[in-house]
Ligand binder design. Structure first.
Ligand code: UDX
Length: 478
């Protein structure tokens, strides 16, 4: 074994866009810190990543970095959609478990997505430290950690249909969290619900982990982080991760990272934004997985058009729940509002949010989108679909007060009203709180900031694990 083998980190993201993006950012940060890094991707996603980005050549500058791939166990034609997410998770688990058992003894520590609870079991079995990276929002993770209490108190599953009832047994969220803000708001039986069971397995694995990585910063989620640390003292808040990476690359005068997209980015969106007035455009995107019905798309469309505000909308080819997008449908929608609207199938989102023409973001409240919007100080309208999005959107509206939580209402008149509210009527109020949070996020990743320090502690901790491993492994001399 060579000197560079120590310490060696294995990163294993959930096979969807957002965690792949965050894990690649973390991988590059580890490369900058001099660690040896293996990034474990599925064949399917690696193929998409290599097709649409320059990650292979970008990471070639780090000699201690390597990609490894495994099949996800699904046939190539499988849609890997949000509706069939459960199939993807179980088939990948069947492939990943034996693979991890084989590869883990050769690494210092493994960083799986928080949902891969089984990596903690395997790590403990073979004596390798596990530091899961929970790529969902910490507010949702805290709700998960409160599940046993909620089940014991009889709060979940809900009795009756009133979604406005407050859930009072999540410490730190009393008077805030309504049933409609709960990750699984349609839950009827936790024992048979795949996602509830996954969440329970995930939280049971947390106290058995060496630590936990979260993409947040102390000034944003401080009170929740204190609560999470009662379950896992070493919770490293290293976010906003994309900004931490950019800041450290800029400090080293290295080129900034380009895209980690699984789809081809359409840069004509930036050209279109270049000719729009400052803060005049609302950016509309529902992330990489959420799907909408045709009716919902039409409600959004009419609401946006009637608001009179310009908009840039990402219409993924798989955004429509029932069918592949018929381009005629989009073309017909575009007729009549060409001057004020622009659509693309996938945008360079970080660049879009950084653009001066963008005044707000209509989002599904995915955690990456939320962090990217916070960094750019862009107020949000939240239309949450599932899981962490439902909790996050509540925090956007009621705790951080940097936007409007529309939750799950899809009505053209309400959409028109909230768009005007965000972009015109209460623009200055939202802008002020969004700018303040943006400033705090930027400070956190600057030298001496909380997230900057948390990343330094994390690397130091991994190096200590490497030294411990060296004592037991005479071949390891790094
Ligand atoms: C999923 C879940 O839906 C979400 O609840 C969870 O918080 C993370 O995983 P996803 O739908 O992928 O999230 O949304 P999000 O977390 O917002 O991430 C999407 C990523 O894709 C962002 O980093 C965003 O910059 C990028 N993106 C999105 C683009 O680059 N271009 C686009 O057009 C849209």
């Amino acid at each position: 074994m060579e000197a560079e083998m120590c310490p060696h980190v294995l990163l294993f993201p959930l096979p969807i866009q957002s965690p792949i993006n965050s894990m690649l950012q973390l991988a590059e940060l580890f490369c900058l810190a001099g660690l040896q890094v293996t990034f474990l991707n599925t064949n399917h996603n690696q193929h998409l990543l290599c097709r649409h980005t320059n990650v292979e050549s970008r990471f070639r500058q780090y000699p201690k970095f390597q990609f490894r791939t495994i099949p996800d166990g699904l046939p190539e034609e499988h849609p890997r959609s949000s509706e069939l997410f459960g199939e993807l998770i179980s088939s990948l688990q069947a492939v990943a478990q034996p693979f991890l058992r084989e590869i883990l003894p050769g690494v210092t520590c493994v960083i799986p997505d928080g949902l891969f609870y089984y990596a903690v079991d395997i790590g403990n079995e073979v004596g390798v430290s596990v530091i899961p990276f929970d790529t969902i929002s910490p507010s949702c993770l805290w709700v998960y950690l409160s599940f046993p209490k909620l089940i014991e108190a009889g709060d979940i599953p809900f009795k009756g249909n009133d979604l406005d009832v407050l859930i009072e047994n999540v410490p730190g969220m009393q008077g805030l969290l309504r049933r409609r803000d709960f990750p699984f708001y349609r839950l009827t039986n936790c024992a048979t619900d795949l996602y509830c069971q996954l969440a329970l397995k995930e939280i049971r694995s947390i106290p058995r982990s060496h630590g936990l990585i979260l993409n947040t910063f102390e000034d944003l989620d401080g009170p929740l982080l204190s609560l999470i640390r009662s379950h896992c003292p070493k919770a490293y808040a290293v976010g906003p991760l994309h900004l931490q990476l950019k800041t450290r690359l800029a400090d080293k005068r290295m080129p900034l990272p380009s895209s980690n997209s699984l789809w081809e980015e359409d840069h004509s969106s930036i050209q279109w934004l270049d000719v729009q007035p400052i803060e005049s455009v609302i950016y509309v995107s529902f992330g990489s997985l959420a799907t909408l019905t045709r009716e919902e798309i039409l409600e959004f469309w009419h609401g946006l058009v009637n608001s009179g505000i310009r908009f840039l909308w990402v219409m993924r080819s798989n955004l429509l729940r029932e069918e592949e997008f018929n381009h005629q449908f989009v073309k017909e929608l575009m007729e009549g509002c060409k001057e004020r609207a622009y659509t693309v199938t996938w945008a360079p989102q970080e660049k879009v949010l950084a653009h001066p023409a963008i005044g707000g973001f209509l989002t599904h409240s995915g955690w990456n989108s939320t962090m990217e919007s916070i960094v750019q100080g862009k107020p949000m309208i939240c239309w949450a679909v599932y899981v962490d999005q439902r909790v996050t959107s509540r925090f956007v509206g009621e705790v951080w007060k940097i936007g409007v939580d529309m939750k799950d209402i899809c009505d053209r008149y309400i959409i028109e009203k909230v768009v005007k509210d965000l972009m015109v009527t209460n623009k200055d109020t939202f802008k002020k709180s969004a700018n303040n949070l943006s400033m705090l996020g930027k400070q956190s990743v600057g030298e001496g900031g909380s997230s900057y320090n948390a990343f330094e502690y994390l690397v130091e901790d991994i190096k200590k694990l490497g030294r411990r491993g060296k004592d037991t492994n005479p071949n390891c001399i790094g």
